[in-house]
Design a protein around this ligand. Structure first.
Ligand code: NAP
Length: 469
């Protein structure tokens, strides 16, 4: 845990494991529910400091933080590689993105503004008004295991840019890069009261924070199930929910199949499929289904899996044993629903083999639920309406990819598909950190991307002037 600018040694420890070989990487101090009250008291003081700090100064602190992370890029990347099990190259990409997210937050700090409000539409002709955006107070950032640095930056960056103090509850499996981020913020000049990191179980420490009335805003990224629990317990707070998905790709017969297959090789199997916008369902027009399946199988069969620290490894292990078991269950369930396992379908140690399932019933878990594993289901469709209905027929709606040269098909899909983003001729796994990112339906509430998140981290304050004699 990290309080008042430093890591705290506690009696109780949590061991952080390397998911590839289960070796202990580090033991760190575990927070308990008792630490919650202290963190809140400190953050209340932090808020008083930060809301009075000029935006330009907050922006400079964030800019310096980005520089510190950039200077320590390899150290951050190795830590992420070890704690998450993503490949060293995936980890480097995450660090680059995190640097960018903090820089974008710095820009958001100085770009945030209000507007004038017309007063003369109902006769208040002498009045003049405007609103500003003011920080909320204490922001609780709860982050998942899969992007422990960049997704933390997506919350902490905009929160600080707006003038809020932050209490961060990272995933207990992957707290190390979050602690390094807090250290970078302090080194960059952030007053020590403005960031605390509590490392402890979501069900106790997380829940105590969620329920605390002093916290004004929760920015959560994680599963739909935990998101629903938070919503049911948080009371009067603003919330942003970045949740799961089972993202789909629709491939029409005029699409360049080899290119699509190459893109899905990345989109379905990066980080062993443990990405919220991982490609999980592919709907292919019937006439080209066999050809597409051949192309995809050729690509996926080439994925080099193994030790994530090796430079040429393309796919590493899954995060833990329950995730491997869940992946096995999904494959068994797909078989029961008439799915054919074309590739993979089983584990090798801590690695789940890159898997393709073909022609599975739409009621199967791999179609309806979130697999969060390196597996892609390929199903056929006959008409565009059928494809759109199937894409929409789940509880999730984060991002969807469409491949076609037919502009009418592209537009119809863009209009009728219920997801936060529709990407034409791109996989749903594409994300740059400045875009408004978030889901519809069970995939979430609100949007991230510093320019958008900073609005969710502030509230409007209206100021009205009148003339007096
Ligand atoms: P998770 O199990 O939902 O946990 C996420 C965070 O919530 C962790 O810090 C966890 O702490 C905490 N938590 C658990 N129970 C809690 C409670 N009752 N109250 C407060 N906090 C609680 O998710 P995960 O397995 O780490 O991550 C995978 C999920 O995140 C997937 O569903 C994925 O799609 C989603 N995700 C979404 C996005 C997006 O932007 N939409 C991005 C990445 C991931 P512990 O670690 O201590 O359990």
């Amino acid at each position: 845990m990290f309080i008042k600018g430093k890591r705290i040694v506690t009696d109780k420890k949590v061991s952080v494991h390397n998911p590839y070989d289960n070796q202990v990487i580090e033991e760190i101090g575990l927070s308990t529910e008792k630490d919650v009250a202290e963190a809140i008291e400190i953050a209340s003081e932090g808020f008083r400091i930060l809301k009075n700090m000029p935006a330009g100064e907050r922006a400079k602190i964030l800019e310096r933080t980005a520089k510190i992370i950039a200077d320590k890029k390899e150290e951050f990347a190795r830590t992420i590689c070890l704690e998450v099990g993503k490949t060293i190259n995936e980890a480097r990409t995450e660090v680059d993105r995190a640097i960018n997210t903090i820089r974008l937050s710095s820009i958001a700090a100085i770009s945030l503004k209000g507007e004038t409000v017309r007063m003369d539409i109902v006769g208040a002709t002498k009045k003049m008004a405007f609103y500003t955006r003011v920080p909320l107070g204490i922001v609780l950032a709860i982050s998942p295991f899969n992007f422990p640095l960049n997704l933390s930056c997506h919350k902490i960056g905009p929160a600080i840019a707006a003038g809020n103090a932050v209490i961060h509850k990272p995933a207990t499996k992957t707290p190390l890069s979050a602690l390094m981020l807090a250290e970078a913020l302090i080194e960059a000049g952030l007053p020590e009261q403005c960031i605390s990191v509590l490392v402890g179980p979501g069900s106790s420490v997380g829940m105590a924070l969620v329920r605390a009335p002093e916290i004004r805003k929760i920015s959560f990224t994680g599963s739909l199930e935990v998101g629903e629990t938070i919503m049911a317990n948080c009371g009067m707070k603003k919330v942003t929910m970045e949740l799961g998905s089972n993202s789909a790709v629709v491939v029409f017969k005029d699409a360049p199949l080899r290119l699509v297959a190459k893109k899905i090789r990345k989109g379905g199997y990066t980080l062993a499929g443990q990405v919220c916008i991982s490609v999980q369902r592919v709907y292919v027009e019937e006439e080209i289904a066999d050809e597409f399946l051949r192309e995809l199988s050729l690509e996926v069969a080439q994925i080099k899996y193994g030790d994530p620290m090796q430079e040429d490894t393309e796919m590493g292990p899954m995060i833990d044993e329950p995730s491997l078991k869940k992946a096995e269950e999904f494959v068994e369930d797909a078989k029961k629903h008439k799915g054919m396992v074309i590739l993979g379908g089983s584990r090798q140690g801590t690695i789940f083999l890159p898997t393709i399932i073909f022609d599975v019933e739409e009621s199967a878990k791999i179609i309806q639920e979130e697999a969060f594993a390196p597996m892609v289901a390929v199903n056929k469709f006959k008409t565009i309406d059928e494809a759109i209905t199937r894409v929409n027929n789940t509880k999730y709606g984060l991002q969807t990819g469409i491949f076609t040269k037919n502009i009418n098909f592209a537009l119809k899909c863009a209009k009728e598909i219920d997801s936060g983003g529709v990407l034409i001729n791109e996989i749903p796994t594409f994300r740059v950190d400045n875009m408004p990112y978030g889901g519809m339906k069970g995939s979430g509430l609100g949007r991230e991307g510093p320019e958008f998140a900073i609005k969710e981290m502030t509230e409007e304050k209206l100021i009205i002037f009148d003339e007096i004699e």
